[in-house]
Design a protein around this ligand. Sequence first.
Ligand code: AMP
Ligand code: MG
Length: 400
Amino acid sequence: MKPLLPVDEALATLLASAPPPPASELRCLQTACGMVLADDVIASVAVPPEDNSAMDGYALRARDATAPLPVSQRIAAGQAPEPLMPGTAARIFTGAPVPAGADAIAIQEQCVEVNGTVVIQGAVQPGDNIRPCGQDIPAGTRVLARGRRLRAEDMGLLAAVGLAQVPVRRPLRVALLATGDELVEPGVAPLRAGQIYNSNRYMLAALVRGLGMQVVDCGRVADTPEATAAALVQAAGSADCVISSGGVSVGDEDHVRHQVERLGSLSLWRLAIKPGKPLAFGEVAGVPFLGLPGNPTSSFVTFCLLARPFLLRYQGACDVEPLWLRARAGFSRAKPDSRQEYLRVSVSAGPDGPLVVPFANQSSGVLSSVCYSNALACVPPATCVVEGDWLDVALLDSLC
Ligand code: AMP
Ligand code: MG
């Protein structure tokens, strides 16, 4: 059998194999979050659109502040002011436009107004408490770049520059199938001997939806060559990408790999990764195919580290890889593994920076190791860990 493929090489192959992204469509701001921008967004207006007051107070010319000033107008947010009469001050409120002729706002805590005249008690400099036009976004700026995965705060930014809709890539349709004669849907009880509940179906669907993509749920597939082939053909015909779980290892009951080779081709299989060694990648009838291992933790880890970047690149996103940061090992491990290991760990604030503590049971069948952790820590092949060593960690939040 061929040597196991290093994780980095597998990831590079996957990213290079991602097809061009789907066509673009216009989405309103209420439904665009999580989608990938298909074009740069240029602001046609400045934000803020005009100089406005950062505080409640009095608008004036800074050099007039030493004398008592008659209050010549009152400007609330939403109102259009008159130009400031020379030698006067204007009562002004946060967010209201600064009148022409004023160059500063004296905050109301430093002002005493009696009978329509205001006395300013502190020093005032030109520019004080004014939010200048365009300080957030000058008109003509590229505010968001093509390939950006839109976040909640981006919805605010797009609205701030007056856009009601944006061009995004049509969400990929990802077909999911869970192989295994032992699988039963949750809700069915009691389990008969040999049965387990189908966890991957729900976990993978949530992961795909979390990427802003559409799930084509192909359900459970029996462990026969015929059922596997039929499910793969149906899935490939209804989606942009097919992802299976289970049945991709070397056992007699593992039919996925052979059927993919029969119906399409396999470009990689078996990685130097723990958990998740049997991961497969190829195509079925021209549609990209990813075969994730059946063990739920293996499915989760390989989805996050390999399927996710592939799907995001295919979706047209620029940032597709998780953010790896360094943290100190709060544990030692004498026995090195030949595969690159991704430990499920908790990262917390230690006395000398972030500290990594692994979940006690790292078995690939123990999905609670993911649920009760907040990060993956990478231990390279053939590497022992000594307490205090630096490890690469990625928070689960950046992985799914
Ligand atoms: P396989 O990769 O098909 O050999 O499955 C490896 C292990 O993962 C076996 O113990 C399976 O019962 C389990 N498994 C496979 N698919 C699922 C699933 N969808 N949900 C929960 N466990 C699964
Ligand atoms: Mg199986």
